[in-house]
Design a protein around this ligand. Structure first.
Ligand SMILES: *[C@@H]1O[C@H](CO)[C@@H](O)[C@H](O)[C@H]1NC(C)=O
Ligand SMILES: *[C@@H]1O[C@H](CO)[C@@H](O)[C@H](O)[C@H]1NC(C)=O
Length: 228
């Protein structure tokens, strides 16, 4: 993992400001993402109880365009060991996030669970034994149409614990995803590689406002994913 603490976000914000948003298509593929707070959004989603889960991984808008589509993201996530939920059954309600892109609060686009090597049945196993879990939100509103994907990643407890997050489960879930992403991965004939940089200052540190009262280290990992 590359630690470009602090500096990366300064550079990214500078880019976001420097790029005139002439049209949504022009802004696509010109910035990695826009910090949600700039548009009145938040890096904590809305868990429905006044608290939020951290958007702790961002797939850069500068990634290969195919990775940023719904099907392309699913294939990429499958290469990392995630899949769709057990028989499409959602356990727990959707959560909404405001990415500061002018769309306001929008429910997650997709929710995926670790599949334990079996895309059809593995997520059912995750539902039973716990494992890595993510919600995906896309920054595509009229004021920040970067195409970046914001992920809320967490490691869950088994269903016997009503799917709560394990202690330190946000940071752990993020780091497990990133550990897999920075290896070369492939699925359905597409091979991916990603570079990672850690950004501070987007998320708070500590547990104030965080769902389940689990403290965060405050780091967000920006992944730039390329198809090979
Ligand atoms: C999210 O989905 C739930 C359940 O379908 C719905 O009640 C809620 O209004 C949605 N929230 C947003 C912000 O669209
Ligand atoms: C990624 O790799 C780790 C091992 O480093 C593993 O424990 C984890 O379950 C993997 N999968 C996901 C989806 O994070």
């Amino acid at each position: 993992m590359i630690f470009s603490v602090g500096l990366a976000i300064v550079a990214l914000q500078a880019t976001a400001f420097a790029t005139p948003l002439a049209s949504p298509l022009d802004s696509r593929a010109s910035v990695a993402f826009t910090p949600p707070a700039q548009g009145g959004g938040s890096m904590l989603d809305d868990a429905g109880n006044g608290l939020g889960e951290p958007l702790n991984v961002i797939i850069s808008g500068l990634s290969s365009p195919s990775v940023l589509t719904d099907n392309g993201f699913l294939n990429y996530a499958q290469s990392l060991g995630f899949s769709t939920e057990c028989f499409g059954v959602h356990l727990g309600g959707p959560q909404a996030a405001n990415l500061g892109d002018g769309n306001g609060f929008v429910n997650q686009t997709t929710e995926l669970r670790e599949d334990y090597g079996n895309e059809a049945l593995g997520t059912c196993l995750e539902s039973l034994v716990g494992g890595n879990h993510l919600r995906m939100y896309r920054q595509n509103g009229p004021s920040a149409d970067t195409g970046a994907l914001f992920l809320a990643v967490s490691r869950e407890q088994p269903i016997t614990q009503s799917h709560d997050i394990i202690p330190n489960g946000y940071d752990i879930g993020r780091d497990e995803l990133v550990a897999n992403a920075t290896k070369q991965t492939s699925n359905a004939g597409v091979t991916y590689s990603a570079t990672a940089s850690t950004i501070t200052g987007l998320l708070p540190t500590g547990s104030a406002g965080v769902n389940h009262g689990i403290a965060l280290d405050g780091n967000v990992v920006l992944l730039t994913v390329k198809t090979l």
